[in-house]
Write a protein that binds this ligand. Structure first.
Ligand code: RIB
Length: 296
C-alpha cells in the first residue's frame, strides 16, 4: 500500500523562551535553532519511520534543497517535490520551559500549488493508495475532489483549522484526524463524546481519530470507540507530536495490527517525539517505539 503525502514543507525557526509572548509584549529568547518541519513533511517522515512506502508531493522554494534531502534520507520518495521561484514555507516557533509551543506560519511555496501540478501527481496514484493531507497548502478542496475521483482513501488532518476547511467536502474523507479544538470547531460541541456523535451522524462513512492532549485519544470506527491514554514523559518540545501520531497512524493502519495496538504505538511514538527538540528530527523509528511500548 502506497501513501502519498501531499503537503507542506517548512523551515522551523525555533526560539527557546521563558513564556510565549502575549499581544503587545517584547521578550528575549535564550536560543534559536533551525529544523526541517511542516505538517506535510513531518507526517511523511513519521509514516516512513513507521515502515510505510511513502511519497511526498509539495512545493519548495529556491532554498528548499535541505527539505528535499531530509525526505530522501528518511526513505520518503521525493521525486514529486518541485522547486518553484521564491522561498520555501517557514514557521516561527516559540517553545517555553514546559515544552509548550506557539507557531506562526508563513506559507511561501506551500501556497503555490496549481491544478496542473496536482493533476500530474494524482495521475500516478489511484485505487488502493492512501492520500495523507493537512491544511498548510492551497487548493486542498481540489486535491480532495480529484483524489476521491481516483478512488484513493483520504486521511485528512485539517490543521491548522480555518475557513478553507469549510470549502472541502468532508464526506469524501475516509479518516479525519483532529484534535479537541478542531473537533469543537467542526461539531459545535465541547464534550468529546458529543463531538464524535455529531460528526459520526454528519459523516457516517468517515472514521474519526480524535486526539485529546493530556487526556489521550479516541478512535471512532464503524460505530466502535477505542480509547488510548498518553504515555507521560518530560516534555522538551511538543512540536510535531501530533504529526508523529498521525503519520504513525496512517502507516500502521495499513498493516494487520489490532486497532488498540496501533493506538498504543502511535501514543508511544508521540511521547518519544515530545521528549526531543525539533520537528522532523524528533520522530522516532519503529524499533524505538516497539521498545518504548514494551517497557511501559
Ligand atoms: O505540526 C508542527 C509543524 O507545524 C511545524 O513543523 C511547523 O512547520 C508547522 O507546520
Amino acid at each position: 500500500m502506497r501513501i502519498l503525502d501531499f503537503g507542506s514543507l517548512n523551515y522551523d525557526y525555533v526560539y527557546g523562551v521563558d513564556h510565549v509572548a502575549v499581544a503587545g509584549e517584547t521578550i528575549s529568547s535564550y536560543n534559536m535553532e533551525v529544523f526541517c518541519g511542516g505538517k506535510g513533511l513531518n507526517q511523511a517522515i513519521a509514516a516512513a519511520r513507521a515502515g510505510a512506502e511513502v511519497y511526498m508531493a509539495g512545493l519548495v522554494g529556491e532554498d528548499g534543497q535541505l527539505l528535499m534531502d531530509i525526505c530522501k534520507r528518511n526513505g520518503v520518495d521525493s521525486s514529486f517535490i518541485r522547486k518553484v521561484p521564491g522561498i520555501s514555507g517557514h514557521a516561527i516557533i516559540q517553545v517555553d520551559k514546559e515544552g509548550q509551543n506557539s507557531i506562526l506560519l508563513y506559507g511561501g511555496s506551500n501556497q503555490q500549488m496549481t491544478r496542473e501540478y496536482i493533476d500530474d501527481v494524482l495521475g500516478q496514484f489511484g485505487c488502493g493508495d492512501i492520500l495523507l493531507i493537512q491544511n498548510e497548502i492551497n487548493l486542498l478542496d481540489y486535491i480532495i475532489d480529484k483524489a476521491s475521483e481516483n478512488g484513493m482513501r483520504i486521511y485528512l488532518n485539517p490543521s491548522p483549522y480555518n475557513e478553507k476547511i469549510k470549502s472541502c467536502d468532508l464526506s469524501k474523507i475516509s479518516v479525519l484526524l483532529i484534535n479537541e479544538i478542531e473537533g469543537g470547531q467542526i461539531s459545535g460541541e465541547r464534550d468529546y463524546d458529543k463531538m464524535l456523535d455529531v460528526m459520526q451522524e454528519k459523516y457516517p462513512e468517515t472514521d474519526l481519530m480524535l486526539t485529546l492532549g493530556e487526556k489521550g485519544a479516541v478512535y471512532c470506527c464503524r460505530g466502535k470507540r477505542y480509547r488510548q491514554d498518553i504515555y507521560k514523559v518530560k516534555a522538551v518540545d511538543t512540536t510535531a507530536a501530533g504529526d508523529t501520531f498521525t503519520g504513525y497512524f496512517a502507516a500502521l493502519m495499513q498493516e494487520k495490527i489490532p486497532v488498540q495496538e496501533v493506538l498504543a504505538m502511535c501514543a508511544g511514538a508521540a511521547a518519544i517525539a515530545v521528549s526531543r527538540k525539533g520537528a522532523a528530527n524528533s520522530i522516532p523509528i519503529r524499533d524505538e517505539v516497539n521498545k518504548f511500548c514494551l517497557h511501559k
